[in-house]
Design a protein. Sequence first.
Length: 191
Amino acid sequence: MELGATVCLPKNPRCSRCPAGLWCLAYQKGVPEEFPPAKARTTSEKIEVSAAVISRNGKMYIQKRPAGGLMAGLWEFPGGKLEEGESPEAALEREILEELGVRLLIREKLLTLKHSYTRFAVTLHVYRCHIGPGRLRPTCCDAWKWVALEELDTYPFPAANVKILKHLTGQAAKQSCAPRRKKRAPGRTES
């Protein structure tokens, strides 16, 4: 290991100082700069995803990813990948209709975040939403629940969804610390 750190350097090998020169195939072939061969860089696939933070009666909808798939058994906010030429909002409406069988009412964009996994880099568009009339019929998950914000941290989520949770809990903390305005008595005006 000492030789690799001080003598057998990738850019400027010091073969004349190497005690293993007699056995070194790279030195014998006259190509020591080619060893060790450079590792091929893996490029991560870039994907765009939309996710919905759906609330109802003070609780949020989460679903459990199917067993055997990518990030199996983790809980997530519903959504999915954007198709070619599709806006994040249109993708989310399509995914929720496909996955949950209901129409989505998008209220506001909460955030856009980036997260890298080993094989792919995700740009995640997150929206605060409500669902339209109808009954939920989740088809792409192993389980689903309505959960209060303060209980969400008891469920295991993929790393990108953890960033959404941190954003949501940070927003809730800011709202609870906001100063309250005094109510004026009816009919009184300030002079």
